[in-house]
Design a protein around this ligand. Structure first.
Ligand code: HEC
Length: 223
């Protein structure tokens, strides 16, 4: 009996060991549950577009030794399960203009963005992600389908409050449209070479890329 349980233990540990080796922290994608917060879809875009800019905490600049373009880098300022004790929460909610992140003149994170980060930390700060098996990319509306993607992933670097990188301000329809007209918008997010890859340190999900393409192909309406 003892022998059997020992061999079961060994077999199980080999199995667990092998599956962990493949991917150390990132969980496999799960179907997107709208009531949950996901690191890759919800938290990372906020941090990348507001904190991981060139000159701040990206891989090249890493001010104060912090590279906030990756899960491991972000976890250096997160205490799992405890937002109030996490440096990440403290700097984004600091009342002192000389300590708050991102520093002025960048706009502070919105209450919604802070809530997403706090909720994610409280839930254990998992390296989780989700995928929708059925991606709807037909009849896209600028207001309900495209703008939320741009707001979450691009405005930190492309708005008057965040700096109009590359000369683009995507806080308005006209600003977005200007990058449609010269083909840069799609080329930058599909990341195959004829424009600078955007967002700089990550890639939108295939579903979001397909949605933007479908909207552009329909004439990029302001609908
Ligand atoms: C972390 C900051 C950052 C984020 C986030 C970001 N951008 Fe950029 N973007 C830049 C910078 C910096 C440039 C200028 C790059 C250059 O000229 O080398 C730029 C340039 C561009 C350009 C011009 C590219 C070209 O080849 O001329 C487009 C289009 C663009 N961004 C779209 C986007 C879109 C769409 C998103 C969101 C999905 C996004 N960006 C997110 C920083 C960012």
């Amino acid at each position: 009996m003892k022998k059997i349980s020992i061999s079961i233990f060994i077999i199980t540990s080999i199995f667990v060991g092998v599956s962990c080796n493949k991917d150390k922290t990132q969980a496999p994608p799960e179907p997107c549950d709208p009531s949950k917060v996901y690191f890759e879809q919800d938290v990372l875009p906020i941090i990348q577009s507001n904190c991981a800019k060139s000159g701040c905490h990206d891989a090249g600049s890493h001010v104060e030794g912090l590279n906030l373009t990756t899960y491991n880098g972000i976890m250096e300022i997160v205490k799992k399960g405890n937002a109030n004790d996490s440096k990440l929460h403290k700097v984004i909610t600091d009342n002192d203009p000389s300590d708050i992140m991102p520093p002025p003149p960048s706009a502070p994170l919105t209450a919604d963005q802070i809530n997403i980060i706090d909720y994610w930390i409280a839930e254990g700060a998992l390296n989780n992600r989700c995928e929708n098996s059925n991606c709807n990319s037909t009849n896209m509306s600028f207001a309900t389908d495209i703008k939320p993607t741009i707001d979450a992933n691009c405005l930190g670097c492309h708005s008057s409050a965040g700096g109009t990188s590359g000369g683009y301000d995507f806080s308005t329809y006209n600003g977005v449209k200007s990058a449609v007209t010269n083909n840069k918008l799609y080329e930058s997010i599909v990341q195959t070479g004829s424009a600078v890859s955007m967002p700089p340190a990550s890639k939108l999900s295939q579903c979001k890329i397909d949605q933007v393409k479908s909207w552009i192909d329909a004439g990029a309406p302001n609908n």
